[in-house]
Design a protein around this ligand. Structure first.
Ligand SMILES: [Zn+2]
Length: 255
């Protein structure tokens, strides 16, 4: 089967998919969609690996919700132990929306820096969570010399994303919720077209607020990006695929 779209960020190991995971993966496969599933809690990591082992169109990324960043050492050990089964570090990053306490924010930052250095050392791309902390995340990434960077569902200013995509070559994934988010629509216009990726962030960020999202919905994001940039949808799909394979070379080499 010829895979033609990659959902660069979703969470198939989460409880929302317990009942019908096989059907969800099957629907993605029928739509020509590969997924990168990101386990973001120590209790999820083994499941992320087993799902990706069982499904040829699912790849594993291992990370941490920033609110659990105290487990960064465990995350690093886990990735070292399972290095050949993992294609990215993440999501990791900062969540200033949920964390208001200054000393806890500092802790998130220190752990974020450790994760960045680890990703650089292993050569794995980094998937970044930055909620209400877009500018700070970009500053920390640049200062610490990160290079293979994937900003997921970036909620910061389009002007910061513009600079990061054009000058630092950071990639940004546009979620399916772009159809109902003026902020994400603005982001699409600001980015260097060669740095645009797509994601569903399933089970969340659905095109229809309040409904469960799944990877087979990915074409919704591609169609909306094509509309915003006035490109042919198929051409846009091809550009996004090439962008994705430029960052995720480990997927490219397995195709
Ligand atoms: Zn996510």
């Amino acid at each position: 089967m010829n895979m033609c779209m990659i959902d660069t960020h979703c969470h198939l190991e989460q409880d929302d998919f317990v009942v019908d995971l096989n059907e969800v993966i099957q629907r993605a496969q029928e739509g020509g969609i590969c997924c990168i599933s990101s386990g973001i809690a120590p209790s999820d990591w083994e499941r992320t690996l087993s799902i990706s082992k069982a499904a040829s169109n699912v790849y594993a990324s291992i990370g941490l919700d920033p609110m659990q960043s105290e487990f960064t050492g465990e995350m690093i050990n886990f990735i070292r132990t399972h290095r050949s089964e993992i294609i990215a570090v993440g999501e990791v990053g900062l969540d200033y929306y949920r964390e208001r306490d200054h000393s806890q924010r500092n802790l998130q930052e220190r752990n974020f820096v450790s994760a960045i250095h680890f990703a650089i050392e292993t050569g794995l791309p980094l998937q970044i969570h930055s909620r209400s902390a877009g500018k700070r995340c970009l500053e920390i990434l640049e200062k610490n010399g990160a290079s293979s960077v994937h900003m997921h569902a970036f909620d910061g200013r389009a002007s910061f994303a513009r600079v990061a995509s054009r000058e630092l070559d950071y990639y940004f994934s546009i979620p399916t919720s772009v159809v109902r988010s003026p902020q994400k629509q603005k982001l699409v216009k600001a980015l260097d077209i060669e740095r645009i990726l797509v994601e569903t962030d399933s089970p969340v960020l659905s095109a229809v607020r309040g409904t469960r999202n799944e990877p087979s919905n990915l074409p919704i994001a591609i169609k909306e990006i094509a509309r915003i940039l006035r490109r042919d949808e198929e051409e846009m799909q091809q550009i996004i695929l090439e962008n994705t394979l430029n960052l995720y070379r480990n997927i490219a080499s397995s195709r």
